[in-house]
Design a protein around this ligand. Structure first.
Ligand code: OAD
Length: 246
C-alpha cells in the first residue's frame, strides 16, 4: 500500500491538473450514511417517494421534511481527515473537486474550486425563476422566493430523473478533458452521469486512482481503504517529496 500511496503522490506532484470526483463514502467517516450497501439510506427510505420530481409535485411538504431532517443531521457533522487532507493538498498542487455530495463538507473543510453537481442541501431554489439562495432553515417549507416573490422554494438538490445544471456540466467536462490525474473517491459509480466521468477522463489520458474500501470502477491505481485514512497519507507523502526536492 505504501508504494501505491507514494506512486499516487508523485503523480499528483508532477501533474498540472488534478481532479477529484467524490461520493458519499467521502463523508462516511464524518458519520453521514452512504446511499447503497447494508446501512445505506436507500435501504431504509424509498427514493421514489422522497427524491423524484414526481414526489415533489405530489407531496411537496414530505420532500421538504425529508431534506430538512437530513439537513439537521448533516449540520451537526464535521469535515473528516479526508476532507481536510484534500483542502491542504489544494495549497500545494492544482486540484479541482467535483462532488456528488450535497453536504457542503468540502467547502467547510476549506476547499475551493468545488463543483457540487448534485446541489447543496443548505441552499434552496425558486421553482418559478430559478433563483438560488442560501437556506439553512429547517422549520418550514412554504417560503416564497424573495427574488420574484411568487415562486415556491424547493431544495437545491438534484432529484432522480432530473438533469444536472448545464453550466456545471460544461465545467465538469472541461475538467475531465484536462485532468492528468483523476481521483475517484468513495463513490459506487452507479449513478450517471458521474459514473461515466472516470472513463471519460481515462480516454482523455488521465491516470485514474480509486480510493474505496470496496472494489468498484476500473482504475490504474487502486487504494483499497477509507478516504479519511488514505488521503492524509497521500498528503504526507507529497509533503515529504516536496521537502526532499527543496
Ligand atoms: P453510494 O452510497 O452509492 O456509494 C458509496 C461508496 O462509498 C461505496 O462504494 C462504498 O464502498 C464507499 N465508501 C464507504 N465508506 C468509505 C470510506 N470511508 N472511504 C471511501 N469510500 C467509502 O454513494 P454515491 O456513489 O455517492 O444522488 O451515490 C451517488 C448518488 O446516488 C448520490 O449523489 C445520490 C444517490 O442517490 C442524488 O441524490 C442525486
Amino acid at each position: 500500500m505504501q508504494k501505491l500511496i507514494e506512486q499516487t503522490a508523485l503523480a499528483l506532484a508532477r501533474s498540472k491538473s488534478n481532479v477529484v470526483l467524490s461520493g458519499a463514502g467521502m463523508s462516511a467517516e464524518s458519520g453521514i450514511p452512504t446511499f447503497r450497501g447494508n446501512k445505506g439510506l436507500w435501504k431504509e427510505f424509498n427514493a421514489q417517494e422522497l427524491a423524484t420530481p414526481q414526489a415533489l409535485r405530489k407531496n411537496f411538504s414530505l420532500v421538504w421534511q425529508w431534506y430538512n431532517e437530513r439537513k439537521k443531521q448533516i449540520a451537526e457533522k464535521s469535515p473528516n481527515a479526508g476532507h481536510l487532507a484534500l483542502s491542504r493538498l489544494q495549497e500545494i498542487i492544482p486540484l479541482a473537486i467535483i462532488t456528488q455530495n450535497i453536504d457542503n463538507l468540502h467547502s467547510r473543510a476549506g476547499s475551493s474550486n468545488v463543483l457540487e453537481i448534485h446541489g447543496n442541501i443548505f441552499k434552496a431554489r425558486c421553482m418559478a425563476c430559478g433563483h438560488v439562495m442560501d437556506f439553512s432553515q429547517t422549520d418550514n417549507s412554504t417560503f416564497l422566493c424573495p427574488a420574484c416573490t411568487r415562486g415556491k422554494l424547493r431544495p437545491h438538490v438534484v432529484l432522480f430523473g432530473e438533469r444536472l445544471d448545464e453550466r456545471q456540466l460544461q465545467k465538469t467536462f472541461a475538467l475531465l478533458q484536462s485532468a492528468q490525474v483523476f481521483l475517484v473517491i468513495g463513490t459506487s459509480s452507479m449513478v450517471y452521469p458521474a459514473a461515466s466521468f472516470a472513463e471519460i477522463a481515462a480516454e482523455a489520458g488521465a491516470l485514474i486512482v480509486e480510493i474505496n474500501p470496496q472494489p468498484t470502477a476500473q482504475a490504474d491505481i487502486v487504494l483499497r481503504g477509507k478516504s479519511g485514512e488514505i488521503l492524509p497519507q497521500i498528503l504526507q507523502s507529497l509533503q515529504d517529496f516536496k521537502s526532499l526536492k527543496n
